[in-house]
Design a protein around this ligand. Structure first.
Ligand code: ADP
Ligand code: MG
Length: 798
């Protein structure tokens, strides 16, 4: 209730009271003189107005908006039906009116008057104390009409049993005056009670009812003091009554009609504004489309909401999508449709979040990558509704791809740096190996010249040993520097660490001791061996630098640890089993400033040329990509300890260490005739010597054309054809093809410096059973020839 309402209330009260004071003090004046002869008509007119207002109260209660909650409408219907009837009979029986059901006269008219006022005050009281019956409006009307009928019957037939209210010549009886005073008191109390309630609830309706009761009460007071019915007090009392009814009508009308209507209008406006906001929001969403889609139990789908941003993002109109719900889906590129359908099915069947990213070919020719997220919910009729958001993630995706590429490049660059570190050590080792080979060769030449074969043999075995070592070194470096996408496989941890350490031992000077300890040989982890090696190389190189020229030690300790939920709270590790690789040194250690920036790219405390600041960030990234965790413990002068945790397991069934390649027993031939085709004379010479030694009969040809000619002369003069692939003139495959024309079942072996999958396939197509790498051929060729011959033999028997 506003202040203005309050002021109005107070003013109305004051006006009412002043008017009453005037009525009490006024002399019977010209109004009463004028009114006297016309009283019947005048009264009818006044009451007509009151009856109309009372009827309007019934009507508006009848058509109340909130019939369910507004139960006071029922009481108004009952009460005011009675009031209307009483007022009508009050008019009909007024002195001067023609007799209707019973003779007209003051006692009759006053009876209806008093009953009407009583019912009115009772009705409003019931509303005020909220004693409200639960009934339909028809029943209410029925009750009202019945009560009225009973009152009319009483007023018509049994009026004598009603106390006297007026005695001609004397005036109003004490009963009538007392009754009016009681009505006045009741109305006044009601007015106060209603006003208190109105203040508490801030309700204008209650305030109006309170004012109405007050006026009604004041009217009662006025009716206590007239002598003649045309007295100004009587007229004034009627005026009060009309005012009271009008106020009540206003209250009922507000609560039943205006208020709900205004509320409706307000909510409609809010609704409209909300829709507007949603619409602009949807249209202006930079990268996303808001949508809602329904799927009826029969399977029909329909979009109920699509933000206008779809036009900008996917180039189709929301209206078109309402019309044709498959339009959006049809933009999905062929390869991604299966994925979309599968996600859709899963979301529908399991009622789980729909979440997928697909590529869409938009009408303007652009390809967009769209991320759909939608939550499904089921309505009671079985309809499934998805409320979702589709976001264009093309740019993020490209950025991510670029980031991954850069990361791979950084990784590779850092690896090259590590190799640089290692290379100096390896080169040194390699030089030693070469020196041994050269020296021994020199000696063997001398020995052979002097026919000292025993010495020569010893020298040759030295040479072989050194060469094998050289090969191992080269392999190590090669395996480390390979540029491959990281592949994590479940593999034993120990060999990987051992290989890294053997690599490091060649690099790190002898003042630094490297101790390794493995608590458990059977530890396996899901890892990329090259990356884990890189981690160890980086950590150990740092340790070595930290130790410097002094004597020091690097300890590498591998164990399997269980992290429980208690410990996991302190780190970002989930509880579970981990391989812990601990790398510790007794070097210079780090101060807190260095520790803080340890994993920062390009942070280094080393002079240019020694440090690049890439080691630790790469270590961190590799460990994280292995779902692992790294901790560091270091203090200035107190050494450093790194713990790396990677999810690990103990050897489980079916997981075994990769068995070492089976060493082929030296296979000896039995005079089988081999045609060897290779344009490289050195290689040919070596193969010739080796196969001859293995008791094969070898014919070496350096020109593929010559080989074909030989075969043409007689294909049967050879038992097996071994040919190099890459040769000038004809390729190995072409030689084989020619041979196949001449002799379909000739066993063949193809050699190549590099065996690609493509070459292997091409060989297969031509029925080449063996495609081998040239480097391997020296060790394995005789075995391969034997197997090729065997395969041929079994084929022939069959
Ligand atoms: P770089 O070795 O090229 O300087 P890193 O990222 O490998 O770059 O290391 C960053 C810095 O962290 C090093 O410069 C060094 O100060 C410090 N650091 C790393 N490991 C150790 C260690 N084991 N002992 C002492 N300091 C270390
Ligand atoms: Mg480093």
């Amino acid at each position: 209730m506003s202040n203005r309402d309050r002021l109005r209330y107070v003013l109305s009260c004051a006006l009412g009271v002043l008017f009453l004071l005037y009525l009490f003090t006024a002399e019977q004046n010209f109004i009463s003189v004028w009114a006297h002869p016309r009283m019947t008509a005048l009264h009818t007119l006044l009451e007509l107005f009151a009856i109309t207002v009372a009827s309007m109260v019934v009507t508006s209660a009848w058509y109340t908006f909130n019939r369910g909650t507004g139960r006071h409408s029922q009481i108004f219907i009952v009460g005011f039906t009675v009031v209307v009837v009483c007022d009508v009979f009050h008019v009909l029986t007024y002195p001067g009116m023609q007799d209707f059901l019973s003779p007209s006269g003051l006692s009759s008219t006053l009876f209806y008057w008093l009953v009407g006022r009583s019912v009115e005050v009772l009705t409003v009281s019931l509303v005020a104390i909220s004693v409200l019956p639960r009934m339909s409006r028809w029943l209410s009307l029925g009750v009202g009409v019945s009560l009225s009928a009973a009152i009319v019957v009483f007023g018509t037939l049994f009026l004598d049993s009603f106390p006297q209210t007026y005695i001609a010549g004397v005036g109003l009886t004490p009963f009538k005056i007392t009754y009016e005073l009681i009505l006045f008191t009741l109305n006044l109390m009601l007015a106060v009670a209603l006003q208190v309630q109105a203040q508490r609830q801030g309700s204008r309706v209650l305030s109006l009812m309170s004012l109405s009761s007050l006026f009604m009460g004041l009217g009662s007071l006025a009716f206590t003091s007239y002598q003649a019915i045309s007295d100004i007090q009587n007229l004034g009392g009627h005026a009060f009554k009309i005012a009271a009814y009008a106020l009540l009508f206003r209250a009922v009308f507000i609560s039943n009609m205006t208020a709900p209507f205004l509320a409706l209008k307000a909510s409609e406006r809010e609704n409209r504004e909300f829709r507007e906001v949603m619409k602009t929001l949807g249209a202006n969403l930079h990268n996303s489309v808001i949508f809602q889609v329904l799927r009826k139990p029969g399977g029909r789908t329909r979009f109920t909401q699509v933000s206008e941003s779809i036009e900008r993002i996917n180039g189709i109109k929301a209206e078109d999508l309402y019309r044709d719900p498959t339009l959006w889906k049809r933009l999905i590129v062929q390869q991604d449709r299966g994925l979309y359908r599968a996600t859709e099915r899963m979301s529908l069947e399991a009622m789980m979040k729909f979440d997928t990213t697909v590529r869409m070919a938009c009408p303007d020719g652009r390809e967009r990558r769209m991320h759909f997220v939608a939550a499904p919910r089921k309505l009671t009729d079985g309809t499934v509704v998805w409320d979702g958001l589709a976001t264009d993630v093309t740019e993020q995706y490209q950025t991510e791809a670029r980031r991954r590429k850069l990361e791979a490049e950084l990784n590779q660059a850092q690896k090259m740096e590590s190799i640089g570190t290692l290379a100096s050590g390896i080169a040194h080792d390699f030089n030693n190996v070469l020196a041994a080979i050269i020296g021994n060769t020199q000696m063997v030449i001398e020995d052979v010249r002097h026919q000292e074969s025993a010495e020569a043999l010893q020298g040759l075995s030295q040479i072989q040993k050194s060469a094998t070592r050289a090969k191992a070194l080269v392999n190590q470096i090669l395996s480390f520097s390979r540029k491959e996408a990281p592949v994590r496989t479940l593999q034993p941890v120990r060999p990987i660490i051992e290989e890294s350490l053997s690599l490091l031992r060649t690099t790190i000077p002898s003042n630094v001791a490297i101790d390794e300890r493995f608590d458990d040989d059977n530890t396996y982890a899901l890892m990329d061996s090259t990356q884990i090696q890189q981690v160890l190389v980086n950590l150990c190189t740092n340790s070595w630098h930290a130790i410097g020229e002094r004597c020091g030690r690097i300890g590498i300790h591998t164990s399997l640890v269980d992290v429980d939920s208690q410990e996991s709270r302190h780190s970002s590790l989930l509880p579970g089993r981990y391989v812990r690789i601990r790398v510790e040194d007794d070097g210079c250690g780090m101060d807190s400033a260095t520790l803080q920036r340890l994993y920062e790219p390009f942070f280094t405390t080393k002079p240019p040329g020694v440090g690049t600041g890439l080691g630790m960030p790469v270590v961190h990234r590799i460990v994280t990509s292995h779902d692992g965790h790294i901790t560091v413990d270091s203090s200035l002068g107190g050494g450093t300890r790194f713990d790396i945790y990677i999810p690990g397991v103990e050897a489980i069934d079916g997981v075994h260490e990769e068995s070492a390649p089976i060493a082929h027993p030296k296979v000896m031939g039995n005079g089988e005739r081999v045609l060897y085709v290779d344009d490289d004379p050195l290689m040919s010479q070596m193969v010739d010597r080796m196969l001859t030694r293995a008791r094969f009969k070898v014919r070496v040809v350096n020109d593929p054309h010559v080989a074909v000619e030989l075969l043409q002369k007689s294909a049967l003069q050879f038992d097996v054809l071994v040919t190099d692939y890459n040769m000038p003139g004809l390729t190995g495959l072409q030689v084989i093809e020619a041979a196949r024309h001449l002799r379909e079942d000739l066993p063949v072996i193809l050699l190549s410096g590099y065996v690609s999958e493509q070459l292997r396939q091409a060989g297969k197509r031509q029925g080449v059973g063996f495609v081998m790498e040239k480097q391997k051929s020296l060790e394995e060729l005789s075995g391969a020839i034997e197997r090729a011959l065997e395969a041929y033999a079994t084929e022939k028997i069959q």
